[in-house]
Structure formats: structure tokens, C-alpha cells
Design a binder for this molecule. Structure first.
Ligand SMILES: C[C@H](O)CC(=O)SCCNC(=O)CCNC(=O)[C@H](O)C(C)(C)COP(=O)(O)OP(=O)(O)OC[C@H]1O[C@@H](n2cnc3c(N)ncnc32)[C@H](O)[C@@H]1OP(=O)(O)O
Length: 282
């Protein structure tokens, strides 16, 4: 496997592109808007500059890595890829439409993996004629720094597909963990309700944002507080995951907090828009 297609250049997409290219894969990327293609490539370039500055890689190595990345708004760029990774918007209808398009475009043997954070792999797979070659390959943010990849088999995913993706994750220096399909898988089912709870604690006035994050860093030894983590993940993504958990389980314990919904309505999505529970604009 040499050439990997990546769909989406947002927070996760850019990280995935970087990790693939750093590990020697040729990466063809597709985003819907030209500005998104450029932004994705610029994010990778900036992250690699940090590694050059820290003397973790040389400037020549950076150029080599960047030379392996090619982008376009035309989906045909991924046509000949040996494997596809989808990291587009967390919305079932748009994912199904995209997978149907990819299924018609790509070689029949190509595996199409989704980085979905909570949606059903089985439902996405059912939109294609290759349900055995659809799988969840769930990375964590920031992708270059986080070791875990959840490998999520849907009801129809073949064992051969799972093995290929486990090997791919290992070739990227990641640690794969097998997970059966369930809303939010393992990590997000625990982590995102915790962030939602922190939003509720903020709304109740129990402590301010700084206090809540300081408490969880010092009291639970978390590397960052839940509100800063929500800002890193993207509050729109956190809301989408809570909505999926709530809808799929039908349990009120997964109800998105109204303040989380309000933050998203205000486009205060966290780092990606410059402001969330904290301000990143300066
Ligand atoms: C929603 C999705 O579906 C699922 C998710 O993504 S859930 C979110 C999961 N993520 C987390 O829980 C992250 C929790 N936070 C952390 O682990 C840490 O705070 C952190 C890794 C982000 C930063 O760690 P910290 O020690 O403060 O910073 P720092 O020393 O600068 O960075 C550690 C390493 O991460 C890398 N890193 C940090 N931020 C980065 C970023 N935004 N992009 C790329 N790499 C980054 C650094 O380059 C560094 O790598 P190095 O050791 O090779 O130099």
C-alpha cells in the first residue's frame, strides 16, 4: 500500500495527512473548497516547521514529506488510491452520499476507512456495494501526538479488512485497539459526556472555566482541562457526538447541555474559530 486518499482537511484530516506523509505514504487529498485544500496543506506545513525548529526533523525531510502530499477539490484525485480515509463532516447523510460516490469511483478492492467519532460503521457500509471493506479507523486529536487508533468493525466488515487496518495503524507508530461498533465507541462515550458535564458545571456557576480546568488537571491528573479539550476537539464535534449518543441510546444522561448547543449556534467552536470557552484569537 503506497498511495492513500484522504477526504477532509479539518482538524483531524490535517493530522492524518501529516502522519501518513511522515511515514512514507503518498497522500492525495480532497476537500470540497480550494481554500480548505490550501488550509489543510498549510496546517501540515506549520506543524512540520515546529518539528524542524525542535530539531526533530531536518528542513530537507520536511520538503520530502510535503512533496508526498497532493490536493484537489476534484474527487477524481483519489480514484487510484490503494486505500481511502474519510475525515469529513460528522453527519450521517453527507457521509453516506460521499461513501456512495467513493464506492462508484474507486477500485473494487479498495478499503474505505472512516474516522467517524461516533456514527455507525454498519450504516455507512450499507450505502456501498463493498460493506466488507468499510471500517472505522478512529484517530485522536492532536493526531501526530496521540498513540491510540480505535479499529471499529461494523457488522459486515471482514476480518481481512480489519487486519489490513491494524497493520496500517502500526506502520504509523500508533497502537490499535479493537472495538465493536457502538455509539461513541470507547473513548468518546466516556470523554465527551465528561466534557458535557463540565459545560453544565460552568453553566451552573459552580466554578469558572479556568477553575474547572485547573481542578481536573490537578485533581484528576488530566493533561488538559475538559473545557480546553472541548475547544481542541471542536465544540461542534462534541455536540454532534452527544447528539449521536442521545439519539442512539435514548438515554437522557447523554442530553447535550443547552450551553454547548448555544456555543455552537454562536460559532464559538473552540480553536478552529478562535474562540470557545477560552480565547485563541491573540
Ligand atoms: C473527538 C475525536 O473523535 C476523538 C478525540 O480526538 S478526543 C481528544 C483526545 N485528546 C486528548 O485527550 C488530548 C489531551 N491532551 C494531551 O494529551 C496534551 O495536552 C497534548 C498532547 C495535547 C499536549 O501535550 P503537552 O505536553 O502540553 O504539549 P507539548 O509538550 O507541546 O506536546 C507534546 C507532543 O505533542 C505534540 N503536539 C502538541 N500539540 C500538537 C498539535 N496541535 N498538533 C500536532 N502535534 C502536537 C508536540 O509536537 C509534542 O510532540 P513531541 O513530543 O514529538 O515534540
Amino acid at each position: 500500500m503506497k498511495k492513500i486518499g484522504v477526504l477532509g482537511t479539518g482538524t483531524m484530516g490535517a493530522g492524518i495527512i501529516q502522519v501518513l506523509a511522515q511515514n512514507g505514504y503518498e497522500v492525495v487529498i480532497r476537500a470540497r473548497r480550494e481554500a480548505s485544500v490550501e488550509k489543510g496543506i498549510a496546517t501540515v506545513s506549520k506543524n512540520l516547521d515546529r518539528l524542524v525548529a525542535k530539531e526533530k526533523i531536518t528542513a530537507e525531510a520536511k520538503e520530502e514529506i510535503m512533496g508526498r502530499i497532493h490536493g484537489s477539490t476534484d474527487i477524481a484525485i483519489v480514484k487510484d488510491a490503494d486505500l481511502i480515509m474519510e475525515a469529513a463532516t460528522e453527519d450521517m447523510d453527507s457521509k453516506k452520499a460521499l461513501f456512495k460516490e467513493l464506492d462508484e469511483l474507486c477500485k473494487p478492492e479498495t478499503i474505505i476507512a472512516t474516522n467517524t467519532s461516533a456514527l455507525s460503521i454498519t450504516e455507512i457500509a450499507a450505502a456501498t456495494n463493498r460493506p466488507d471493506r468499510i471500517i472505522g479507523m478512529h484517530f485522536f486529536n492532536p493526531v501526530p501526538a496521540m498513540k491510540l487508533v480505535e479499529i471499529v468493525k461494523g457488522l459486515t466488515t471482514s476480518e481481512e479488512t480489519r487486519t489490513t487496518i491494524v497493520d496500517l495503524a502500526k506502520s504509523l507508530g500508533k497502537t490499535p485497539v479493537d472495538v465493536a461498533e457502538a455509539p461513541g465507541f470507547v473513548v468518546n462515550r466516556i470523554l465527551i459526556p465528561m466534557i458535557n458535564e463540565a459545560v453544565g458545571i460552568l453553566a451552573d456557576g459552580v466554578a469558572n472555566a479556568e477553575g474547572i480546568d485547573e481542578a481536573m488537571k490537578l485533581g484528576a491528573n488530566h493533561p488538559m482541562g475538559p473545557l480546553a479539550l472541548g475547544d481542541l476537539i471542536g465544540l461542534d464535534v462534541c455536540l454532534a457526538i452527544m447528539e449521536t449518543l442521545y439519539k442512539e441510546f435514548g438515554d437522557t444522561k447523554y442530553r447535550p447541555h443547552p450551553l454547548l448547543t448555544k456555543m455552537v449556534r454562536a460559532n464559538k467552536l473552540g480553536r478552529k474559530t478562535g474562540v470557545g470557552f477560552f480565547d485563541y484569537s491573540k
